[in-house]
Design a protein around this ligand. Structure first.
Ligand SMILES: C[S@@+](CC[C@H](N)C(=O)[O-])C[C@H]1O[C@@H](n2cnc3c(N)ncnc32)[C@H](O)[C@@H]1O
Length: 257
């Protein structure tokens, strides 16, 4: 299982929080939910927000990373934190709001996974999901190309990277028989500071499955240097010293019929 480092992940916290908040505000705040779950809750930021927006609901945050959950558990909010795998998530009773931000892209088989999650909601229940549309973006293409080309290639063959998302139309067709569906995408132009901002961003997420397989410092550094070279043409430093990181994300809001 991929390891997560909450400190690295939260280095770009304000940028990572923004799409989650953009999703949360689309969930009607006047709706009263009984049971809310945040799947892949990470350090628990959004579960805490959901808790304060829906104070009468029982809120659960589920994540497969003990390191991320440890941070979540330090919060003084009435959330039940559960170590578990979204793939096997089958609660009884079912939640009436499933929230999941930047997590489902780590799981395969969206053709079955998303309908399975939506199907478990009661009538009127809400599925709210955000996933990065980054599989085909230059920083992930460069990552896979780097992994396949070097002395590390054999070892990285089995690295579990992102699942390529389906098209918006495909998600609509999968979910429309079950729910009223609203799908949109937004591209955020993040303005990153620092000498090595894309690698720093990726160290907190997409690089983890690869770096986990390269424990030797020298091999890691050589791999990161090769990755940097491939990134360079795509991410020029602006005259004011920042780097622009254009990041598309897909949002799905589905209300169970
Ligand atoms: C990019 S982080 C997002 C965390 C949080 N939702 C946020 O937006 O800040 C992805 C999270 O999904 C969790 N995750 C990935 N695969 C998972 C799985 N199969 N089951 C449960 N959690 C998973 C990771 O442990 C990590 O905490």
């Amino acid at each position: 299982m991929t390891s997560w480092d909450p400190g690295l992940y939260n280095r770009f916290k304000s940028y990572r929080d923004r799409p989650a908040i953009d999703l949360i505000v689309q969930i009607p705040s006047h709706r009263s939910f009984s049971r809310i779950v945040d799947l892949g809750c990470g350090t628990g930021e959004q579960a805490a927000v959901l808790c304060s927006r829906h104070p009468t609901a029982q809120v659960t945050g589920l994540d497969s990373s003990p390191q991320m959950l440890e941070r979540a558990m330090a919060r003084t909010v009435p959330v039940e934190w559960v170590l578990g795998d979204i793939a096997g998530y089958a609660p009884d009773p079912a939640p009436d709001l499933i929230f999941t931000n930047a997590a489902l892209q780590w799981l395969p088989d969206h053709e079955h996974l998303l309908p399975r999650l939506v199907r478990m909601l009661p009538e009127g229940g809400v599925f709210a999901c955000q996933m990065p549309l980054s599989h085909s973006e230059p920083w992930h293409v460069a990552l896979r190309a780097t992994a396949a080309d070097g002395p590390w290639a054999d070892r990285l063959m089995d690295a579990r990277g992102l699942t390529p998302l389906l098209s918006a139309e495909a998600y609509y067709r999968l979910l429309a028989p079950l729910a009223e569906v609203d799908i949109w995408s937004t591209t955020y132009a993040h303005v990153l500071e620092g000498d090595d901002p894309i690698v720093d961003w990726m160290r907190g997420t997409g690089l983890r499955p690869y770096l986990d397989l390269l424990p030797e410092p020298e091999m890691r550094e050589a791999f990161l240097a090769a990755y940097r070279e491939r990134l360079k043409p795509h991410f020029p430093v602006e005259p004011d010293g920042v780097t622009l990181f254009s990041f598309p994300r897909l949002f799905i809001l589905a209300q169970r019929l």
